[in-house]
Every structure is written in structure tokens, then in C-alpha cells.
Design a binder for this molecule. Structure first.
Ligand SMILES: [Fe+2]
Length: 420
């Protein structure tokens, strides 16, 4: 029997939650194993990863894989580094851009916002998630600076995105799910956190969706091996059915399919200065999606996941996963940082931050039906200098004369925006 599904956010969330949970339990049980048995298999697999990460930490090893840009460009990434990337699902690209280039971009962003009186006109945080960081603009809702666009459409960015997309299975079941060679230039914001900053950080969460991960048909197909009891076959690197479906609206939604989320460092950042952490286990998504089906979770509860809020990973429901939380190593201006789109991540708190903490958020979002659909909105936002539709409607740049212009687009830029 097919699973019930809701292509739009259900109006009665508790009822829909009860309905989908009982249908999923029944479908898993029909495989011949109980939900508890299937979950035990998964827990063993995750436990092995957690133990491996903890042992590596005890040996003083860097948990995050680090790969030199030069090796990616030359196609000479050593097999052991590739294997580590696949196992951990996250990556630091060393020397992605020359340091001077990154520092010049950082300066040019300051010029860009100051020349347009951004700080005088800043109206406060426009969303309720990053808004918790503070009232000073650390997250700049700026999308169309020359620096950002130059980075997005650069050959070096394209090269790393192709490499990362290539870690995924993009063809299966007779379908090409995405084009690993072409990125859709997903516009995102800038963070500039000044020396001396105090920040509470951001709690452990994930970004690809909320209740839609259980409730839409496309996600039910994408996670079919989790929902039909064949958990051994679940492959977090298989893009099947992930690149077409809808997403429930929300304040932190991402309309596109990203193979990896990422940012490019525009300043040096030491590992203990409020930096990004992940649970570097790509298959942890399986744990997150099946955990609510165990009997200790109330029938109308998905371990705290609901619409319009980020998907939390919590000590209450996911203590095993959080044992593996691992921060990035020291990064330098021009390095970039990447993590599999399903991965739990957080930003550590910091007091009296030493040095700047400046990044441009640029993910890998390969061309696919879902991203092509969003690209129409992006083209419109680019042309008018508006905030892209995934973000709060702040539109600071509409009247800024020195934003990046259409005639500065390279071929990579035009292909990314779908202007051919
Ligand atoms: Fe996030």
C-alpha cells in the first residue's frame, strides 16, 4: 500500500504525523523485521562511525578531511583522501583561492556596503533563526556584490563544485538526476564577525527540510530504503528523487538541491574561535528519520521536528550522534569548507573572538529540475538587485549602483543563472 503523502504542508500536523508514523511502521514491519530490529542495525553502523571518530580524536588526528585545491584541479587527489571525504562527508579545500584574492574580496565587500550606507540603513535581522545571533549585522543580507559573483562564477569554484558533485551518484534508476558539471549559482549571504565578538553560536541542526522529509512523495522515494526496512541499502550519496520534489515553506528553507553546503573563508579563523562543527557521518540522516518511529516517542511527535523551525538534533533524542560533533581545523583566507547537505551542523559559541570570522556562503547546487525552477527566481532577483525568494524580503541592494551587472557575467555565470 502506498504511503500517505502531503505535497503541501498538512493543515493538521499532529494528525498527519500520527498517520505517517503508523504507515511507516507498518511498511517497515512488512519487510519481515520490526522497526526496533531495523533501527538496531542502523545504530550499530552509526556507533561504528562514532567510535572511529572518537578514536581518531584521541589519537590527535584532524577529523575533517583536508584536500589541496591544486590536487582537485589536477585530478590527483590521493585515494585515501577521497575515501576519507566519502566516510566523513565534509571537507576543507586548502588554497581554494589565493589568500590575496580572498582578502581583496573581503575589503571590496566592506567598500560595497559602506559606499551604499548599509550600516546606516540596516533595519535589524530579517529572519528569526540567524536573528538569534544578535542585533548587529554579522550576517549581511547581501547577495549581489562583485566579490560574491566573481567567486560564484569563477573557474576555481566551478572546479571544486564539479569535484564535490562527483562524489554523489547522479544517475540511477534510468534517470540522470542532476548535471554534475553545471552549478546553479545559489545566491546566499555573507557573514562578517568582528574581533571581540561574543556569540552564542547556533545549535545542532540540519537544513534539507523538516516534516517534508517524511511526508512528501519525493522524499519518501529518496529515503525509500529507510522507510521499507532495507536500511542496509541506504546510500547517503544517491541523489535519486532528491532533485525534483517540493519543500515545505519555512523561514530557513532552501528551495534547491545542494550536494554540499559550503562557504569560502575571507579571513583566517582559528579552530577555537566559534567555528563550524558537524556530525561527520553522512548516514546520520537515517538515524534522524527512523528515531521518531520508536515507541518511546509520542505518536504525534517527530523528535521535535516541526514546520517553520530548523530541524533540531538534540541530546534528548540523538545523544549518540552528538558524541561525534567535530569542528573544522584552523582555516585561512581563501580556504573553503564543505559539508554534505544532510549533515548535522552547528556553530560553536565564542567570547571575545580573536580575529575576524568572515565567510561567503557558496554551496554546490548542481543543475537539476528543482534548481532550474528556482533559477528563474534567482535571475529575477539578480536583475533587480532583490533578496532571493528563499530569504527574507529585505532588498537592500535594489538601488545600489555598483552591484555586479549582467555584462560582467562569464559563461559559467550565464549557465548558472540559465541565461544562455
Ligand atoms: Fe544550517
Amino acid at each position: 500500500m502506498p504511503l500517505p503523502h502531503w505535497e503541501q504542508q498538512p493543515t493538521d500536523l499532529p494528525a498527519a504525523t500520527r498517520e505517517i508514523k503508523s504507515a511507516l511502521r507498518a511498511q517497515i514491519a512488512a519487510s519481515g523485521r520490526s522497526v526496533e530490529e531495523v533501527f538496531a542495525v542502523l545504530e550499530k553502523r552509526i556507533q561504528a562511525d562514532v567510535d572511529d571518530i572518537k578514536a581518531a580524536k584521541d589519537r590527535g588526528e584532524t577529523i575533517w578531511p583536508v584536500i589541496d585545491y591544486a590536487d582537485i584541479e589536477a585530478g590527483t587527489v590521493p585515494p585515501d583522501q577521497l575515501a576519507k571525504l566519502h566516510r566523513r562527508g565534509c571537507l576543507v579545500v586548502r588554497g581554494h583561492f589565493p589568500r590575496e584574492q580572498a582578502l581583496a574580496w573581503d575589503d571590496s565587500i566592506v567598500d560595497y556596503v559602506e559606499s551604499n550606507q548599509f550600516f546606516d540603513n540596516y533595519r535589524g535581522p530579517g529572519d528569526d533563526f540567524f536573528g538569534s545571533v544578535g542585533s548587529k549585522p554579522e550576517i549581511y543580507p547581501i547577495y549581489w556584490s562583485p566579490a560574491q559573483m566573481q567567486a560564484r562564477q569563477s573557474v576555481r569554484m566551478s572546479c571544486v563544485q564539479k569535484f564535490l558533485n562527483g562524489q554523489w551518484k547522479h544517475e540511477s534508476e534510468g534517470t540522470q538526476w542532476f548535471d554534475p558539471e553545471r552549478d546553479s549559482l545559489y545566491p546566499d549571504r555573507i557573514r562578517r564577525r568582528p574581533p571581540g565578538a561574543n556569540s552564542g553560536g547556533l545549535g545542532t541542526h540540519l537544513d534539507p527540510g523538516t516534516l517534508d522529509l517524511w511526508m512528501t512523495q519525493a522524499y519518501q522515494q529518496a529515503f525509500r530504503h529507510l522507510f521499507d526496512g532495507s536500511v542496509e541499502q541506504y546510500d547517503p550519496w544517491d541523489a535519486a528523487y532528491r532533485t525534483t520534489g517540493p519543500q515545505y515553506p519555512g523561514s530557513t528553507m532552501c528551495s534547491v538541491f545542494r550536494t554540499f553546503q559550503g562557504w569560502t573563508a575571507l579571513s583566517d579563523m582559528a579552530h577555537d574561535q566559534g567555528v563550524l562543527h558537524t556530525v561527520p557521518i553522512p548516514a546520520a540522516m537515517a538515524y534522524l528519520l527512523l528515531r521518531p518511529l520508536l515507541t518511546d516517542v509520542p505518536d504525534d511527535d517527530m523528535c521535535g521536528v516541526t514546520v517553520n523551525q530548523v530541524f533540531p538534533a538534540s541530546l534528548k533524542w540523538h545523544p549518540l550522534l552528538l558524541e561525534a560533533l567535530s569542528g573544522i581545523p584552523d582555516v585561512h583566507a581563501g580556504d573553503s569548507v564543505w559539508w554534505h547537505c544532510d549533515m548535522i551542523h552547528s556553530v560553536a559559541p565564542v567570547e571575545d573572538q580573536q580575529g575576524w570570522g568572515n565567510v561567503m556562503y557558496i554551496p554546490a547546487a548542481p543543475w537539476c529540475p528543482r534548481n532550474e525552477r528556482y533559477a528563474a527566481q534567482v535571475r529575477d532577483a539578480f536583475t533587480t538587485g532583490s533578496s532571493p525568494s528563499d530569504f527574507p524580503e529585505e532588498h537592500y541592494e535594489r538601488s545600489w549602483p555598483n552591484r555586479f551587472s549582467t555584462d560582467e557575467l562569464s559563461e559559467i555565470g550565464r549557465r548558472g543563472l540559465g541565461i544562455l
